[in-house]
Design a protein around this ligand. Sequence first.
Ligand code: S3P
Length: 161
Amino acid sequence: MQIIYLIGFMGSGKTTVGRALSEAMQEQAVDIDVEIESRLGKKIVDIFQDEGECGFRIHETATLRSLQHIPIISTGGGIVERQENITYMKETGVIVYLKASYELIVKRLSGDSSRPLWQGNQEKRALYQRRITMYAACADVTVDCNKLTLEEQVDFILSQV
Ligand code: S3P
């Protein structure tokens, strides 16, 4: 089974698109962040607080690898920070990049305090710039989230996988 991995920056819509795909395909979808929170019984912010980003990345990789039976997986924005995650996703499925402009992300994440790495104007922009290169480099399919509605995004993904 080819797993559909949704990747992209925080706020690009990975969870929402995962749910919509799940409905359209009548298949199960899992969000890695939600899964980590439920397994550890802790919010992402608290995991970052207690174990640091490094600790969080260990849970993220372990969770990714434990979901082989799930056809649709919404990843966290930092899944591409570890090359081993990219290699694993390439080997087991198709990587779908939800591409959204910085302006759209800023609008969507306005007032958000649940994401520890979404802090400081310069840091946010630098992280975005660094990450978009990483997403583009590993994507099999790229979805233009600025131009397509949710329904169009789902149709486009289904036509490509
Ligand atoms: C992160 C993105 C978050 C979450 C964590 C780290 C990142 O997920 O995994 O806060 O490094 O970009 P979302 O992309 O679902 O917000």
